[in-house]
Design a protein around this ligand. Structure first.
Ligand code: HAM
Length: 410
């Protein structure tokens, strides 16, 4: 018996009807982001493994558990990109983009790879669209980035969207806060989930993410980073909030917002969708003022976000459908050349036109025209007589073959 294959676990095929939906999301993103001065960037699907170790962070789930890494034939350690921010910062440094007027505003769209447990809305190969604005520490850039994701989700009419907003402060303030949080967690060690206890030293803030009841009770009383914000961090955050209010973007303050990547400083945010269930994150991001320098570039502040395209489509909940044809050309046996010429002429004139490619009888072709959803059919008889048929009413009129485009434009 011959072998039968399936798409690997956690991956999926995009069929034509679904592809049309994606094209609509892509068109909306192009419109919203290019209007705001963002240029499209594409980077490779794989990078040096070390880029993600450094960029995303050694202690994150992404780096410790979820990377598809391999050694190539030349002995290089490579990884299918789990996210886009570190690669784009790599490209910013590699192409000397710090010499351009700042900030450099980039947007992207493409496949990303994480070895996560597959479930509704969570895949091992998924698609993200995102932006990175590199080279300014102004709160205007944070606000503009958030407004743009809000605008995109509005344009697409994604229902039930909420924006959660927080700040992690500067690395120094965060380090001081983490020490305070560690001390607090140690005091309550007995009440915590074992995996939270094991991470007190490495990543105490992940405790806010836990579903464990005891941990949740402890975390409800824990000090938060938002309460500890001061000086310029506090001013920056308050300005971002004010700018969002002026732009008419509603948000909820979330003092415990934790993102799964280590590079964030100051502003962090997440858009969730109530319709999505467990995997409710539609898109998220924040400021990452240390990443470009961490990757060997000059000290460069930056901010960005990424949104999951499959999550957007799930939230929209539309039935995928293929746009029907405008016209189907039906031709008797001896009239195939005429049919081909007619279809070509119609396509050139901008009609969605098709013809039988499977040697069907006239009757079979009429059935095919019906199934195609075309509003009209052009029927070329054996003697070359050409008729235009309204597929809904069945009405027909004879037309000159040379007058096809004109007749269909009426
Ligand atoms: P992230 O939150 O890890 O951020 O991913 C962004 C979005 O990608 C999520 O909100 C979700 O919609 C989607 N996503 C993530 N993992 C999966 C998955 N396994 N299956 C389906 N969709 C998924 C980042 O990746 C950062 N690079 C965002 C960023 C850009 N921060 C600053 N600039």
């Amino acid at each position: 018996m011959s072998a039968r294959f399936q798409a690997p676990r956690g991956t999926f095929d995009v069929l034509p009807a679904e592809s049309e939906q994606r094209a609509r999301v892509y068109a909306a993103a192009t419109e919203v982001l290019s209007r705001a001065g963002y240029g499209r960037i594409e980077t490779p699907a794989f990078e040096d493994t070390e880029l993600f170790r450094r960029g995303v962070g050694e202690s994150t789930d992404i780096v410790t558990k979820e990377m598809f890494s391999f050694t190539d034939q030349g002995g290089r350690e490579l990884t299918l990109r789990p996210e886009g921010t570190a690669p784009i910062c790599r490209a910013y440094v590699e192409h000397g983009m710090h010499k351009l007027p700042q900030p450099v505003k980039l947007w992207y769209w493409g496949p990303y790879f994480r070895h996560e447990r597959p479930q509704a809305g969570r895949f091992r190969q998924f698609n993200q669209l995102g932006i990175e604005a590199i080279g300014s520490d102004s709160p205007l850039v944070d606000a503009e980035a958030i407004v743009l994701l809000d605008e995109l989700l509005r344009t697409l009419a994604v229902p039930g969207v909420r924006l959660r907003l927080g700040s992690l402060g500067s690395p120094e303030a965060r380090a001081a806060y983490r020490e305070e949080l560690r001390a607090y967690l140690r005091k309550h060690e007995d009440e915590l989930a074992p995996e939270v206890r094991a991470r007190i030293d490495q990543n105490p803030m992940r405790a806010f993410d836990s579903d464990h009841e005891g941990t949740k009770a402890v975390m409800a009383e824990a000090p938060t980073m938002l309460e500890r914000l001061d000086g310029e961090d506090k001013e920056h955050f308050e300005e971002v909030c004010r700018l969002l209010e002026h732009a008419g973007v509603a948000y909820e303050l979330d003092p415990t917002l934790v993102r799964g990547l280590d590079y964030y400083t100051r502003t962090v945010f997440e858009f969730t969708c109530d319709e999505l269930g467990a995997q409710s994150g539609v898109g998220g991001g924040g400021r990452y003022d240390g990443l470009v320098a961490e990757l060997g570039g000059p000290e460069t502040p930056a901010v960005g976000w990424a949104a999951g395209i499959e999550r957007i489509l799930l939230a929209l909940g539309e039935e995928p459908k293929v746009t029907p044809l405008d016209v189907f050309v039906v031709a008797a046996d001896g009239q195939r050349e005429r049919a081909m010429a007619a279809v070509t002429e119609l396509r050139r004139a901008g009609f969605r036109a098709d013809l039988d490619l499977a040697g069907r009888s006239l009757k079979g072709q009429m059935k095919q025209a019906d199934r195609s959803g075309a509003k009209r059919a052009v029927v070329i008889d054996e003697d070359g007589t050409t008729r235009l048929r309204d597929m809904e009413t069945g009405e027909q009129e004879e037309i000159a073959l040379g007058g096809l485009v004109e007749a269909l434009s009426r």
